[in-house]
Design a protein. Structure first.
Length: 131
């Protein structure tokens, strides 16, 4: 019977422990990147609301406060078994301006602060509360 070269259980466990320690050291440095990536969802959805509001204004000469009038359906949130991390609402609308807000429903970095973005008739998303 010929013996095959292989790693024993202790060697494999030591390598896994080292990898785990390295991940724990790297994770705090990656948290801002994770928050920034998740905030892209809010920016993209707010840009879509802005484009829909602009189209609505061309048609009706005013902005609307109702998302369903824009044919906009927000992505299902993670609380509703979806993938969305934000809720969306139109705060104010008149003939010449509007303001829409995206509010995070989860705290991305665990510090108790929820990310908030807004967009208005200028079309530039602004971060009000940084997570």
């Amino acid at each position: 019977m010929k013996k095959l070269p292989a790693y024993n259980l202790q060697e494999v466990l030591i390598v896994l422990a080292i990898i785990g320690i390295l991940l724990l050291l790297a994770l705090p440095n990656l948290m801002p990147l994770i928050s920034k990536t998740k905030s892209m969802e809010a920016q993209i959805q707010l840009k879509y609301i802005y484009n829909s509001q602009t189209t609505y204004r061309y048609m009706y000469s005013k902005f609307t406060t109702e998302l369903n009038e824009l044919d906009y359906e927000a992505p299902k949130t993670i609380k509703d078994n979806g993938t969305g991390n934000y809720t969306y609402e139109i705060l104010d609308a008149s003939n010449s301006n509007f303001k829409a807000r995206a509010t995070a429903i989860t705290d991305f970095d665990g510090d108790g602060i929820f990310n908030v973005w807004e967009i208005d008739e200028t079309g530039t998303p602004k971060q009000l509360v940084k997570d």
